[in-house]
Design a binder for this molecule. Structure first.
Ligand code: SF4
Ligand code: SF4
Length: 372
């Protein structure tokens, strides 16, 4: 039994450091799929950062959003104008609109917007810390057409409350999970930020989630951006990060719940083993976001230097079709650590969120796995 994760020892033998020949063939084949996807850039997911207000002050928050932000909430009608501009160019049923924040549920007019999205044929969902998900609120969201929900739960009670800096946050998030577990009509999952405080209890936490009726669980690691930049103790060591990959691989083989690592980061020999597909940063290719101030971006959390216009000045679909070259052609990212990296042809410079204002790389998942 491994002392860190509780996994059977034989299941935790680390993989080869670099992609083996079989993996290389798969990566090569996927390159042409990626190129084609970038060329077509079909929009699949549109995030709306509907507020920067938040009811928590989490230690790892990538948005670093204050309780009373300088940027006011965007009116629903402004967002719907964007939707109406997009509608002639997409199949609404194939574009998932996700409300994010801040904390999306602090807005009381989510339902109003959701109903309008339904009327236009768009599925929609919410990413939330679950604190405000009462029975009444969930009923109201469901009555407005809610189709997906993601709840953030960062470990068992002590670890979660520590990260969220709120003694009731675990209880409230778990209440939300209990309610969602009874709903058969919507797709929902749990997302967990793995850090020093919850790392050693991952196996126990997994069993807890299964017990709660959770069917899908996504994990991600903390990187030095936003509020987490000042919280060094949140970052995993390279060795721990590698064990997280082994843990996910073990859970996937175990098959009791769908477990995956989040989309961020090229993972070398773990590619296609800890997620359903090979790494591609979908930002600007299948994923776009509208920030609270109207900025058009590829994915929530990407820095201002990668914004591609603003809905208050530009037409969204025009920006989507013509302004996203830095997302679709990543040759510019071949600098610094990436300049002579043999994996660049598959990785293309990693997750766009992990680039600073100057486009410099903040973290390389692959190197964490091979340098341990
Ligand atoms: S920017 Fe990162 S989190 Fe966003 S789609 Fe790309 S890989 Fe995923
Ligand atoms: S150095 Fe750059 S290209 Fe190479 S694996 Fe890391 S992020 Fe990807």
């Amino acid at each position: 039994m491994n002392a860190w994760t509780g996994m059977p020892a034989k299941k935790t033998i680390p993989m080869n450091k670099h992609p083996n020949i079989k993996k290389r063939i798969a990566l090569e084949l996927f390159r042409s799929i990626k190129r084609n996807r970038a060329k077509i850039h079909e929009l699949h997911t549109l995030f709306w950062e509907c507020t920067l207000r938040c009811n928590m002050s989490c230690r790892h928050c990538g948005s670093d959003c204050p309780a009373s932000p300088a940027v006011p909430d965007m009116p629903v009608e402004d967002f719907l104008k964007v939707i109406d501009g997009i509608t002639p160019y997409v199949e609404p049923g194939k574009v998932l609109v996700l409300f994010t924040g801040g904390e999306a549920l602090v807005r009381e007019d989510i339902e109003e917007c959701g109903l309008e999205l339904c009327r236009r044929g768009y599925p929609w969902g919410v990413v939330t810390n679950g604190y405000l998900m009462t029975r009444e609120r969930l009923d109201s969201l469901l009555a407005s057409g809610l189709r997906t929900a993601t709840i953030s739960l960062d470990g068992l009670e002590e670890a979660h409350n520590w990260l969220r800096r709120d003694p009731r946050s675990f209880e409230r998030a778990v209440d939300a999970l209990c309610m969602l577990a009874e709903e058969k009509e919507i797709a929902w999952d749990v997302v967990t930020c793995v850090n020093q405080r919850n790392f050693k209890e991952l196996m126990l936490f997994k069993d807890f989630l299964i017990e709660m009726g959770v069917k899908r669980w996504r994990l991600f690691a903390t990187f030095p951006i936003g509020r987490a930049a000042g919280e060094r103790d949140l970052w995993l060591t390279n060795e721990q990060f590698t064990w997280v990959m082994n843990f996910i691989r073990f859970c996937r083989k175990e098959g009791k719940m769908h477990v995956s690592y989040s989309c961020e980061g090229f993972l070398g020999n773990y590619e296609a083993e800890v997620r359903d597909s090979i790494f591609q940063c979908d930002a600007g290719i299948h994923t776009a976001s509208i920030r609270a101030d109207g900025a058009i971006s590829g994915c929530p959390g990407i820095r201002a230097d990668f914004h591609q216009g603003n809905i208050y000045k530009e037409d969204f679909i025009d920006a989507w079709d013509h302004a996203f070259k830095p997302y679709r052609d990543r040759r510019w990212a071949r600098k610094g650590e990436c300049a002579d990296c043999k994996m660049f042809r598959y990785c293309e410079g990693n997750c766009m969120r992990l680039r600073d204002d100057g486009g410099n790389l903040l973290a390389c998942h692959y190197k964490r796995l091979v340098d341990k």
